[in-house]
Write a protein that binds this ligand. Structure first.
Ligand code: NAD
Ligand code: G6P
Ligand code: MN
Ligand code: MN
Length: 431
């Protein structure tokens, strides 16, 4: 009997996941779905759990939804554990966004110092979750969505015995974006991805198996500019796109258009608020909707969040493992030589064949110099971020932040780090 545990079940994204399981029920007959949260999330869990139950009831599928604050009960003998929790909640995210901005550094929940702070809070918790999995469900697959997704997945693979695959909706969003540009069914579009989570490049784009990268780059450079709901859609410079010759992910704007993105962030922070502040309001609206006892489907308003296609990525991955499908997904997986320019034991984001044994990445070899340096620098930052997060080591943390390409100097890194530690005391037991 198929059992799935969702850690952070009170998330407003949960209806996405429920919809994904309902759609695939014939192939993936989930019997027990445990939504787990903590005391602080109890009210959200009850509201979203109520909607989940109504959705399942309306669809007439035999999924039993369980709501619990007992993580161990939920993990025991689970086949899959999905992690989608946010340590410290939305207020911690807002602080992550605001601290760097004080020093004219990009303030973003996953990219730069904000992502570093989120990782430091999350690492102790994910290691705890993994202890429960090792003890109570040693054969379970951990499907990690918790951000920074690549960093958290790498932490699990380096420091626990849990089988883990990391996920992000950006790659699938890029495939859907290209399909929309070409006005074709997304099934006809295939992209070779290489890089890291939120730093992934689409190196080749195919339509019905034919390489259309050059043609597409031309029209892309001509003005079309794809993004996610949470990343300001500043246009790319056409010459830049031509010189890159690949499809950058939305988050690349923070690196390639840093000055403009910083201005945009400062302007937003002073008017509508940071993204976290906007999301806080959006979430309150969503939960008001979720309370409606007549609502029994995923409401379209959820699409204002950045997590579009979340359920497609997660549920179809689980379905491929469960059914030993041997099809291709874009996942966060141990490098193992796939990208020759990175260590074996780090996590990369790339295309992989999925079967019952997990994710088998498709070989890439060396990447061109134009993307190699940035990828290696950010990966070194990520490796140090993980080491700092596990040990609580101030000096490792200081190096992590200093070498991050978006942080201009050691002195600014130090000020940001001190602020982060000061403002996150309650969530950093390792420091
Ligand atoms: P959220 O603030 O709604 O958090 C989800 C739930 O986690 C909350 O109900 C909260 O109470 C709970 N939680 C906090 N600490 C917990 C703990 N120790 N154990 C169990 N539950 C805990 O956040 P959200 O917007 O739903 O996002 C959840 C996570 O998913 C975040 O880390 C976010 O960055 C990530 N996310 C990732 C992707 C991706 O592409 N990988 C997409 C969307 C969201
Ligand atoms: C994108 C990213 C996620 C991120 C989300 C934020 O989907 O891939 O990793 O968590 O956006 O969306 P939000 O609506 O919370 O700003
Ligand atoms: Mn993501
Ligand atoms: Mn730097």
């Amino acid at each position: 009997d198929l059992k799935i545990a969702v850690i952070g079940g009170g998330s407003s994204y949960t209806p996405e996941l429920i919809e994904g399981f309902i759609k695939r029920y014939n192939e993936l007959p989930v019997k027990d779905l445990y939504l787990v949260d903590i005391e602080e999330g109890k009210e959200k869990l009850e509201i979203v759990g109520g909607l989940a139950k109504r959705m399942v009831g309306k669809a007439g599928v035999g999924i039993n939804i369980h709501l619990t604050l007992d993580r161990r009960e939920a993990i025991k003998d689970a086949d899959f554990v999905v992690t989608q929790f946010r340590v410290g909640g939305i207020d911690a995210r807002i602080r992550d966004e605001k601290i760097p901005l004080k020093y004219d550094v990009i303030g973003q929940e996953t990219t730069g110092p904000g992502g570093f702070a989120k990782a430091q809070r999350t690492i102790p918790v994910i290691l705890d979750v993994c202890k429960d999995i090792e003890e109570l469900a040693p054969n379970a697959w951990l499907i990690n969505f918790t951000n920074p997704s690549g960093v958290i997945t790498e932490t699990v693979l380096k420091h626990t015995n849990v089988k883990a695959i990391g996920l992000c909706n950006v790659p699938i969003g890029m495939v859907y974006g290209v399909a929309e540009m070409l006005e074709v069914d997304p099934k006809r579009v295939y992209i070779d991805f290489a890089g890291l989570n939120h730093l992934v490049w689409g190196t080749h784009i195919y339509l019905d198996g034919e390489d259309i990268t050059e043609k597409l780059i031309d029209s892309f450079a001509g003005g079309k500019s794809l993004s996610m709901k949470n990343v300001p859609q500043l246009p790319w410079d056409p010459d830049f796109i031509k010189s890159l010759g690949m499809y950058p992910c939305p988050y690349h704007r923070y690196y390639y258009l840093t000055d403009q993105m910083l201005e945009k962030q400062k302007e937003e922070a002073a008017t509508v608020g940071t993204r976290g502040e906007v999301v806080k309001k959006l979430e309150q609206e969503l939960f008001e909707l979720y309370k409606d006892p007549n609502l029994n489907i995923k409401p379209p308003q959820l699409e204002k969040r950045g997590g579009a296609y979340y359920s497609d990525a997660a549920c179809s991955l689980i379905c491929s493992i469960y059914n030993d499908k041997k099809d291709i997904h874009v996942v966060n997986v141990r490098n193992n030589g796939t990208i020759a320019d990175l260590p074996d034991d780090v996590v990369i984001e790339t295309n992989a064949i999925i079967d019952r044994n997990g994710a088998h990445p498709i070989n890439i070899g060396h990447v061109p110099a134009k993307i190699r340096g940035l990828m290696q620098a950010v990966k070194a930052y990520e490796e140090l971020t993980i080491e700092a997060g596990v040990k609580g080591d101030y000096y490792t943390a200081l190096q992590a932040l200093t070498i991050h390409p978006l942080v201009p100097s050691a002195m600014i890194a130090k000020k940001i780090l001190d602020d982060i530690i000061e403002q996150n005391r309650d969530y950093l037991p390792q420091y």
